[in-house]
Write a protein that binds this ligand. Sequence first.
Ligand code: ZN
Length: 109
Amino acid sequence: MQPEDSLSPKRENSPAQSEVEKIVALLKALESGSIDEIECPGCHKNRMRVWFTNPAQGEYRTWFVCSYCGIRKRVQASCRPAFYREDLVNKELEAYDRELLSRRRLRPE
Ligand SMILES: [Zn+2]
């Protein structure tokens, strides 16, 4: 086993950051006003960017997409996110969310 970059802090030694913690960190970055250049929880490069979708009336999703490693994180909201901006709506992601939503409606849990 090759040691990895010994200069970088060993994040792997601490308990893995949970999905929820990752999302919370991303939302915090958004709250502080960042809409891009957010640190990606996967590759740790500042290449994450936020997108919003509004797949149905009263349904909002916040997406974080990394342009470096391709990780996507999706957050559902039952109300309009405080930082929602029309010009940050991604039509491609919105179509995806609409598709998911319509499937969920066909098969209620
Ligand atoms: Zn990444």
